[in-house]
Ligand binder design. Sequence first.
Ligand SMILES: *[C@@H]1O[C@H](CO)[C@@H](O)[C@H](O)[C@H]1NC(C)=O
Ligand SMILES: *[C@@H]1O[C@H](CO)[C@@H](O)[C@H](O)[C@H]1NC(C)=O
Length: 367
Amino acid sequence: MGGGFFASRKLLVSGFVLVFGACVFVFAIVMQQGQIPQINFQLPSIITSDKAVQGLTDKAVQGLTDKAVQGLTDKAVQGLTDKAVQGLTEKATVGIKDIFDNSNAIKYLQSYAELFKGKDEDLQDADPNNPESIKTWWQAAAMIDWYINTPLRYKCKKKVAYGNWHVCQDPPYSVKPPCLVYSFGINFDFSFDDAMAKLGCEVHSFDPSMEWEDKKRGPNSTFHNLGLSNKNTDGFNPRKDMYVTKKQIWKMRTIKSVMKELGHEQRTIDVLKIDIEGYEWDVIDNMMETDVFKYIRQFMLEFHLFRDWPVKEDYVYLYKIYTRLREMGFREFSIGPHPKTLKANSFNNQGDSEYVNAFFNRTNSYS
Ligand SMILES: *[C@@H]1O[C@H](CO)[C@@H](O)[C@H](O)[C@H]1NC(C)=O
Ligand SMILES: *[C@@H]1O[C@H](CO)[C@@H](O)[C@H](O)[C@H]1NC(C)=O
């Protein structure tokens, strides 16, 4: 067997040659393979960098363009000609931080999808952290509902009731004389206005539905027979609602015009209160087109989604307005959901949001 193999010298030599040849062959392969991995090593690195660059474009850069830059360019910042770049940077940073906090809203989206028979794919596509993914009325309604039930963005240490609203008396947001207060939507309830006047603020109250003449109500308090709108007109026909039961003609002004007419241009509005029965959406939109929010220290808003108005087609847009408020630095220190109706034919939701303007400091230092 083995001994027989090496018995012949010839065989032994040829065996040796064979083994030597095999070694050379293997060595050659090893040499060759030694180069192949080098080539292979370079190829993936090219692919990787391709992917990295492309991935960056897809996710980061595009995401940035979509959310930060685009969202900022279109409305809020357009009015700001001065130091627009800083404004962009601030809003981008804060906006993105805010958007990441909405994961629990998925529960609202799920229950709205169920209640309003939303399509499965619409539910799957809705990402509470990505406002661009909100595309149907029920998604938007769910997100607004989440916002009015969300954990507070600002924990106010000294929340003080003034009539039927609150003011956050934490520095640097504190409201003390000399202070200016605008209160839109009164319906004969001056409790907030009078409390602010008593504090010593200059208070202006506005409500055309009461059909009062302009009048001075006290040393610190004035009533104006006009309404807040996104355009100026003296012949506005309001829709009928629980406060407007007969035909009326209203004088309407933008907030910029009100400030100009009252000689308050460039002044800080320490508290702006808006409770105007559904007209708030157009008004806020108009305010965002100007630089007026940077002059507002605290903002009190009652929002309204009535059964038939605004129309459902506008909900995605209304949600964007609501989102943009946060991106502009407005942080809820108090929220008050009202009873809501979650039915397809009679959907209705309203609530109070009370905000401090976290950018107040920085934005005002522009001027
Ligand atoms: C601006 O903010 C800082 C800290 O956030 C505060 O100390 C300062 O008083 C604020 N200034 C004004 C004018 O509100
Ligand atoms: C009006 O404001 C002043 C401070 O400017 C305050 O002392 C006074 O009590 C206020 N008056 C009323 C009636 O609210």
